[in-house]
Design a protein around this ligand. Structure first.
Ligand SMILES: [Mn+2]
Length: 443
């Protein structure tokens, strides 16, 4: 490329290389699964193998895409004990990549710190770099005799690593893309321990091109916007291991695309084997338990289809108002429904395993019937409807509430009292809530 500078014309740097690399984190190999119960052997076996098989899929992905290198950003193992099988399996995967000319770069995190962790591996194949915990290590990656990237990283020495390790990274001189590998808690992510806490600005200050992060199990990508602004990526864990929200839906790894020496895409690829999903099932149009079981079984089949050959573990939340509420409120009814669902669902691979039903349904409130009852609920309804229809009554209600409990009501009613439509809606919502508590559960 020619660029004029003043009256001179000089050759600018030749455009950089185009290639991809694979970024994974939080493999938690051979991890125990949490909060799933009463598993039949098929499901228990599948879960036991899932984290190892997910790792195999990531290795296959790197081979298929002919990745320039592979990075793993910590928590390869679930605990300092690590587990022999997990270590041998991990070693085998990296050895396979090395034999195909794909180098690997590994850091350890809070689950598998290097000084307290037990290692069954005395030596790694050439091409595998396990970064130590003393200082940030730097390794150049060559392709076709040209340095296309420099990867730097640091491991945790111990579990409670509270130092902001990001501050130890900086861009060295050298061609190609600069990649930082770190296990850290970016911007105080809740639900995860505050190990190696750092801010976006801390990461930007190092002037790297790509931050390969680990620790947070929910996938997150902060795209670089141009020169000097890095891509910051959490690929999420590679295989979910419990039904909680951060573990739901597809899990896997990220393929990072570098074009002409610039990172321009971080492509998520699902590599998980068993998926945890939560389904919401409104009950309004369901007449009885057989209809509910049929509906849930259909929703389960849809999820298995969407999981593209993977098995799924399902939780369902039953919501809305309907006749079914009274049935579900009977002792043991949700549990019995789950057992029935397990029987009608497939237990071949890929399977659909029903873990739990949560009943969040409400009864139907027939206001017409309620009006004729002549009880407290009927009086409450009459008062509420009168207030809702009459702007003067609403204003009186608001004034009364604010004078009685200004702390509780001023902020809520501020700005609503002058807006007829919003105020009427608020009264309607309050009416429903109030009727629920005095009449909602009538069968
Ligand atoms: Mn972690």
């Amino acid at each position: 490329m020619r660029q004029p500078i003043g009256s001179l014309t000089v050759m600018a740097d030749s455009p950089g290389a185009s290639f991809c690399f694979v970024h994974a984190a939080d493999l938690h190999l051979d991890t125990p699964f949490r909060d799933v119960h009463d598993l039949p052997p098929l499901v228990a076996d599948a879960l036991r193998e899932a984290s190892l098989q997910a790792f195999d899929s990531i290795v296959e992905l790197a081979l298929e895409r002919r990745a320039a290198f592979f990075v793993v950003a910590g928590d390869i193992y679930d605990g300092p004990e690590r587990g022999l099988r997990a270590q041998v399996h991990f070693h085998r995967g990296l050895a396979l990549l090395a034999s195909e000319g794909i180098p690997s770069f590994v850091v350890h995190g809070n689950h598998d710190p290097v000084t307290t962790g037990w290692s069954a591996i005395s030596s790694w194949p050439e091409g595998v770099t396990v970064f130590g915990a003393d200082s940030v290590g730097l390794v150049p990656v060559e392709r076709d005799g040209m340095v296309v990237a420099t990867v730097q990283g640091i491991s945790y020495a111990t579990r409670e690593t509270t130092e902001n390790l990001a501050l130890r990274f900086r861009r060295p001189d050298g061609p190609g893309v600069h990649v930082g590998v770190l296990h850290c808690n970016l911007e105080g992510a809740t639900n995860h321990d505050a190990y190696s806490p750092c801010s976006l600005d801390d990461l930007r200050r190092a002037r790297l091109d790509y931050w390969a992060l680990g620790h947070i199990h929910t996938r997150r990508t902060v795209a670089g916007t141009g020169p000097g602004d890095p891509w910051i990526v959490y690929p999420g864990n590679s295989q979910a291991r419990s039904p909680k929200p951060s573990e739901q839906s597809a899990k896997g790894a990220v393929v990072v695309h570098v074009r002409d020496g610039v990172v321009d895409d971080a492509e998520f690829v699902a590599c998980d084997r068993v998926r945890f999903e939560e389904i919401e099932c409104p009950i309004e149009d369901l007449a009885d338990p057989p209809a509910l079981v049929e509906r849930l079984a259909d929703l389960g089949t849809d999820r298995v289809t969407a999981a593209e050959g993977r098995s799924v573990i399902l939780r369902a939340r039953l919501t809305g108002r309907g006749e079914l509420h009274a049935v579900l409120a009977r002792p043991g009814a949700p549990g019995e429904t789950v057992r029935e669902l397990r029987e009608v669902s497939s237990l071949r691979w890929p399977f659909c395993w029903w873990d739990e039903l949560r009943d969040e349904t409400r009864g139907v409130i027939d206001r017409e019937t309620l009006r004729g009852r002549g009880d407290f609920a009927a009086d409450l309804l009459a008062l509420a409807e009168g207030t809702q229809l009459d702007p003067a009554a609403r204003a009186e209600l608001a004034a009364g509430l604010v004078s009685e409990a200004p702390h509780a009501f001023s902020a809520v009613l501020d700005g609503i009292v002058g807006d007829d439509e919003r105020f009427a809606r608020l009264v309607e919502e309050a009416t429903t809530v109030a009727l629920d508590s005095v009449a909602g559960d009538e069968p």
